[in-house]
Design a protein. Structure first.
Length: 435
């Protein structure tokens, strides 16, 4: 029942530090199960999904130490467990990715079918078929996937869809398989490349990450290493869109512009200004985003990388609901990702949904209202809409936002937003760190 209250109409201004990538951190935390000796991960975001994965690793007997400065130490040397608890896997889809590393290390694993945001069908078929191609014997019953293998063997795997989750999962399993594995029609997201860099440091032999064909030559043993997580491109995109929606000027600190190319192209088409802003004292990249007028209408097609990211589809719709003209936003990745439209309509947005497209006719102003997030990025869209709306917006469903945004309220407040988070008794509430 916690809520965020936003009083809109204030242009955002200032500098915001972008946290480490959620999806990269989760894939690499699962990959750390492959190593003997501790792995030290830096720039890990303090978000709900990371907390869940920490609990998952601890539940299967892995030593995990978390510090407040975003450093995570994982020691899987003594991995012996063969089952991941249902209570944790059902909370987050990414926790299913421990199946492959456990199978590769100890020859057997039993993991519950995954949960997470209800944004459409995201079957584990690609994961299961890929593991079977590597020699796993898999049985699915009563909501669990049970896998066994007398050693995994390299093979050619073709993904019917370039799923980032399946690609990273199969990369980790193949790293300890005997022989060579090729993943065709692989996902090309930056997070896939970050995992490949991590695995390579551990002693794995990975080539082609970032392309449609990844080759992994299995090795007998991997070691723990140190690695710094890449910045979160979706968080960076969210703050860039918030700056445009409010007519503000925001400097994004610690970004990789190459990862934001599809968004940058659309924001410039919409009339926003985007420019490099030098580097910070520790050599991180900075980028300034500003907008002095209503954004122009643009059409957006969400698709796998290097296309426009589906995770920014909802936030950009919130911006274009205030645009001049009519925009068409199509999402070919997830079929149920327009459930949040009804909440934007409550705020005065003129949007209709036709199949997998949202037809957005821009209005001059949105009005604050009581709204509820139906998933993680829907929550981000409602926050952006609230920042630009007239009056106060109350946003519930914060369990989704907590999963993916580190210190969202605090960061927006530092940019000048009038935003507060309260519990049911109207007491300020913040996400607690993992002990």
């Amino acid at each position: 029942m916690d809520k965020i209250y936003v009083s809109g109409g204030t242009p955002l201004a200032g500098t915001v530090r972008i946290s480490g990538s959620k999806n990269s951190s989760l894939a690499i935390m699962a990959g750390a199960l492959l190593g003997e000796g501790p792995s030290i991960l830096r720039n890990v975001p303090n978000i709900g999904d990371i907390h869940t994965m920490v609990e998952m690793l601890q539940a299967i007997g892995i030593g995990v130490e978390w510090s407040s400065d975003g450093v995570l130490k994982i020691d899987a040397t003594e991995l012996r467990a063969r089952e991941a608890p249902y209570e944790l896997v059902k909370r987050m889809r990414a926790s299913f990715s421990v199946l492959g590393p456990m199978l590769a290390r100890v020859g057997a694993a039993r993991v519950a079918m995954p949960g997470g945001c209800a944004i459409g069908a995201r079957p584990v078929d690609y994961h299961v078929k890929g593991l079977m191609a590597l020699g796993a014997r898999i049985h699915i019953e009563h909501g669990f996937v049970e896998a066994e293998a007398d050693g995994l063997s390299g093979n050619c795997i073709y993904l019917d869809f370039p799923s980032a989750g399946a690609t990273t999962h199969l990369m980790t399993a193949a790293a300890l398989a005997e022989g060579v594995t090729t993943i065709e029609n692989a996902a090309a997201e930056p997070e896939v490349i970050d995992l490949a860099d991590f695995l390579t440091k551990m002693g794995a032999r990975v080539e082609g990450a970032g392309s449609k064909k990844i080759t992994i030559e299995g090795v007998q043993q991997l070691r723990g290493v140190e690695h710094t997580i890449i910045p979160d491109r979706i968080e960076a995109g969210t703050y860039a869109l918030a700056a445009v929606a409010t007519g503000g000027e925001v400097v994004l600190d610690d970004v990789i512009p190459e990862h934001l190319k599809p968004l940058i192209a659309k924001l410039r088409e919409a009339g926003a200004g985007i420019a490099p802003y030098g580097t910070s004292p520790d050599a991180r990249c900075r980028m300034k985003v500003w907008c002095t007028a209503r954004p122009r209408a643009v059409d957006v097609l969400a698709m796998p990388h290097p296309g426009f990211p589906t995770d920014l589809q909802q936030p950009i719709v919130a911006v274009l609901s205030l645009g001049e003209g009519t925009s068409v936003i199509t999402d070919h990745v997830f079929e149920n990702r327009f459930k949040y439209i009804a909440e934007l309509q409550r705020m005065g947005a003129d949007i209709r949904v036709e199949s997998r497209s949202a037809i957005v006719k821009g209005v001059e102003r949105l009005s604050g209202a009581e709204v509820s997030a139906s998933d993680l990025r829907a929550g981000a869209a409602l926050v952006i809409a609230g920042l630009a709306a007239k009056g106060q917006t109350a946003i519930s469903g914060l369990e989704y936002l907590d999963r993916g945004y580190d210190s969202l309220v605090e960061k927006l407040s530092d940019l000048g937003a009038e935003i507060e988070r309260y519990d049911v008794e109207r007491t300020p509430l913040r996400l607690c760190a993992v002990s």
